[in-house]
Design a protein around this ligand. Structure first.
Ligand code: ADP
Length: 409
């Protein structure tokens, strides 16, 4: 592309690999689009990101097959323009299928499904359950349809993996009519990540199956899941991704009476309370500094009391949730940490495990410290009753895999 600017010429690699029969994985969010083009054998991929969509600073950052990092500015560009540009960039690789990450599949979808008119209208209809995400996801499907009507597309729902939860885990103790007529229940999210890391752990552990895993996906959004024999039995997120663990900017669990109390006390509207709980809480709300754990950890090390409390609360709440989710498992094989925090913060992992000390978990501090920066491995002691794994998540790979499986490729 003539309008592409090199970002860092030194990142060019002499190695020239092949992207054979690739699958395009698209993750269209409310203000960004991430993509990955993944070869049939999953050994090669190129990635890119369109960000700041709709703003003057809108741009696409991407890496070529040769490893060169480039950037195209698209001032004011929205989803449609960004997708058109992305598809132009990728046309040369002749992708054979497109897999979309779609946030909400409601009760209707328990696995990935090929896109047709009905599926597309369902993705749009389910915006009632994911107002920010499902409409952006639908835009991605339509953009590909308009340019490549013959390329098969698949949607992989974030909620689908959790459709195996039993009613005892997915119902709320509120009047049944709200479930029966309005689908008010727990759905769970991050399903692709929980599925990927638990499958991976089951492949590489020496323990004979069926396995019972607790997976802790700790990133900006955080959730934990109890998985037995490959099926989600309970998870921490609920009707929306606000339930459960404390996150970067989301509160996780609070007393449901908080809403009426804040309305009475401060005259806050439901919208204001929703914004506060989603965007101004969590690590950010307690530390008063940042939603980014690295910043909070640094301040805590320098003696910042609120940063220290934020980390203690975060770890305590994860440990408490994992302990309670263990009740869903017929056997408890181990705990898997993933996501930016789970994969990189050895101190947070140690704090979480300290909260769970009654489980008799034993681990090597050195092995724990070594598992950072994308490395995969276990760090329990030989006599620990529970295995401890760090498994870097790879949602794109899982979406590519499910896309191909759905299409029989
Ligand atoms: P997202 O949910 O947006 O995909 P990530 O999975 O990338 O987010 O996780 C982001 C979180 O991971 C941030 O809180 C960030 O501070 C944290 N993180 C990333 N690297 C490190 C690190 N080296 N040490 C501590 N925290 C880290």
């Amino acid at each position: 592309m003539s309008d592409a600017t090199p970002v860092n010429a030194s990142d060019q690699s002499a190695e020239h690999t092949q992207l054979t029969n690739p699958t395009l994985v698209l993750n269209c969010g409310s203000s960004s689009i991430k993509y990955a083009l993944i070869s049939e054998d999953k050994s090669t991929r190129i990635t890119g990101l369109a960000e700041n969509l709709g703003l003057d600073t809108a741009r696409i950052k991407y890496t070529t097959l040769e490893g060169e990092k480039l950037e195209i500015t698209i001032p004011g560009g929205r989803h449609e323009l960004a997708l058109k540009k992305i598809l132009e960039l990728l046309e040369q690789y002749q992708f054979v299928a497109v897999g979309h990450r779609v946030v909400h599949g409601g009760r209707e979808y328990s696995k990935a499904v090929r896109v047709d008119e009905h599926v597309l209208s369902e993705v749009k209809r389910l915006k009632i359950l994911a107002p920010l995400h499902n409409p952006a996801n639908a835009l991605g499907i339509e953009a590909v349809q308009a340019i490549y009507p013959d390329i098969p597309q698949v949607v992989v729902f974030d909620t689908a993996f959790h459709q195996t939860m039993p009613p005892v885990a997915y119902r709320y103790p509120i009047p049944s009519v709200l479930y029966e007529e309005e689908k008010i229940r727990r759905y769970g999210f991050h399903g692709t990540s929980h599925a990927y890391v638990s499958e991976r752990a089951s492949q590489i552990t020496d323990t004979k199956g069926p396995h019972g895993w607790l997976t802790a996906h700790l990133g900006n959004g955080c959730s934990a899941t109890a998985i037995y024999d490959g099926e989600s039995l309970d998870t921490s997120m609920g009707l929306t991704p606000l339930e459960g663990l404390m996150m970067g900017t989301r509160s996780g669990d609070v007393d449901p009476g908080l809403h009426i109390h804040l309305k009475r006390l401060l005259g806050m509207s439901l919208e204001e309370i929703d914004k506060m709980l989603n965007s101004e809480s969590g690590l950010l709300g307690i530390s008063g500094l940042s939603n980014d754990l690295r910043t909070v950890e640094q301040a805590a090390n320098e003696g910042h009391k609120d940063a220290q409390l934020a980390i203690e609360m975060f770890s305590y709440r994860v440990g408490k949730y994992l302990a309670s989710l263990s009740c869903a498992l017929p056997v408890f094989t181990g705990i898997i940490f993933t996501g930016g925090i789970g994969e990189n913060s050895a101190t947070t992992r140690a704090r979480i495990l300290d909260v769970m000390r009654h489980f008799g978990v034993k681990f090597s501090a050195d092995k724990n410290k070594a598992l950072v920066g994308g490395s995969e491995g276990s760090f329990q002691d030989d006599d620990s009753p529970v295995e401890l794994w760090v498994i870097p998540t790879d949602e794109e790979r899982q979406i590519a895999k499910e896309t191909r499986q759905t299409l029989g490729l």
